[in-house]
Design a protein around this ligand. Structure first.
Ligand code: CP
Length: 327
């Protein structure tokens, strides 16, 4: 990486680095910072297309991946991103750590910190876990999903994928359909898409629509056809049975009948609609296989773009071009 990546929105000054220690959520980012991350990810994606997919940008930096919840996409793509930037990476296996002996999150993090890592990537079942570590740790904390709160790098990779196809975010109708109540992906996407000027609709059973969600600048409905009508993007969210204690709808079969995304429902969207899903998918529940694997699906593009976006976040939190110049 040589020239600093800069971005300019309207008449605001160009932004060249993330002047913050942590990435805890999209709520705290400005539109200029979001644009900087997305622009930087374009350069990072090019690195992934080279025969030798490695640059020395984070040489000498140590990154700890601390995942207290299962993950396929996020954990793997963070590790690939760290390796492409030449960071030293360490994956903590919770099942064989002292967490199983009752060690707390705070003590686990402070003991890891004693070994001088530079960044900790944290996934945890508790909303606010990343904010806790941010207060007590010197290392940069990157939120890889905390409870039902936020999943900022997922929203960033979703925005990158939309922008790559549509060349913009502002003015697009984005319909987000599924388990709204339990979704950290929803919260991060609402913050990001509304900040960047998209027209966001959310749709699900009334029992799964968070109270007061309209305050966040989105339109809520339980009528799928209304949400999908003329949509540029339809994003499905997983039904999170593991976070549900009661019955929010009669059965999974009934959920699919009323809310499942099928080819027939999709005909109401724009002809160039994009179908997105953060994964993992429940095929035949929130999405039909013919849609998940069909011509409008960009679900695997989202996964591929996750590496570039996470490279951008790691690089910018480490100081971006300013860090490289000082090295
Ligand atoms: N989208 C997402 O967070 O997937 P994983 O749980 O596999 O990381």
């Amino acid at each position: 990486m040589s020239a600093p990546v800069t971005t300019r929105i309207d008449d605001t000054p160009a932004v060249t680095s993330l002047r913050r220690k942590d990435l805890l959520g999209i709520a705290e980012l400005t539109p200029e910072e979001i644009a900087l991350i997305l622009d930087t990810a374009v350069a990072m994606k090019e690195i992934g297309s080279r025969p030798i997919k490695k640059v020395p940008a984070l040489r000498g930096k140590t990154v700890v991946n601390l995942f207290f919840e299962p993950s396929t996409r996020t954990r793997t793509s963070f590790e690939i991103a760290e390796k492409r930037l030449s960071a030293d990476t360490l994956n903590i296996a919770i099942a064989t750590s002292s967490v199983v002996k009752g060690e707390t999150l705070a003590d686990t993090a402070l003991n890891l910190e004693a070994m001088q890592p530079d960044m900790i990537v944290l996934r945890h079942a508790s909303s606010g876990a990343c904010h806790l570590l941010s207060r007590i740790c010197r290392s940069a904390i990157i939120n890889a999903g905390d409870g039902m709160h936020e999943h900022p790098t997922q929203a960033l990779l979703d925005a990158f994928t939309i922008r790559e196809r549509k060349q913009r975010l502002a003015g697009l109708k984005v319909a987000i359909v599924g388990d709204l109540l339990h979704s950290r992906v929803l919260r991060s996407n609402i913050h990001l898409l509304t900040k960047m000027g998209a027209d966001v609709w959310v749709c699900g059973p009334p029992t799964l629509i968070p109270a007061g969600i309209g305050r966040f600048g989105v339109r809520a409905t339980s009528v799928v056809d209304e949400a999908v009508a003329d949509a540029d993007v339809v994003m499905l969210l997983r039904i999170q049975l593991e976070r549900m204690e009661g019955a929010y709808f009669p059965s999974l079969r009934e959920y699919f009948t009323v809310f499942g995304m099928t080819e027939a429902r999709l005909r109401r969207a724009r002809p160039d609609v994009m179908i997105m899903h953060p994964g993992p998918m429940n095929r035949g529940v929130e999405i039909a296989s013919e849609v998940a694997d069909g011509p409008y699906s960009v679900i695997l593009d989202q996964v591929a773009n996750g590496v570039a976006v996470r490279m951008a976040v790691l690089y910018l939190l480490a100081g971006g071009a300013e860090h490289e110049a000082a090295a």
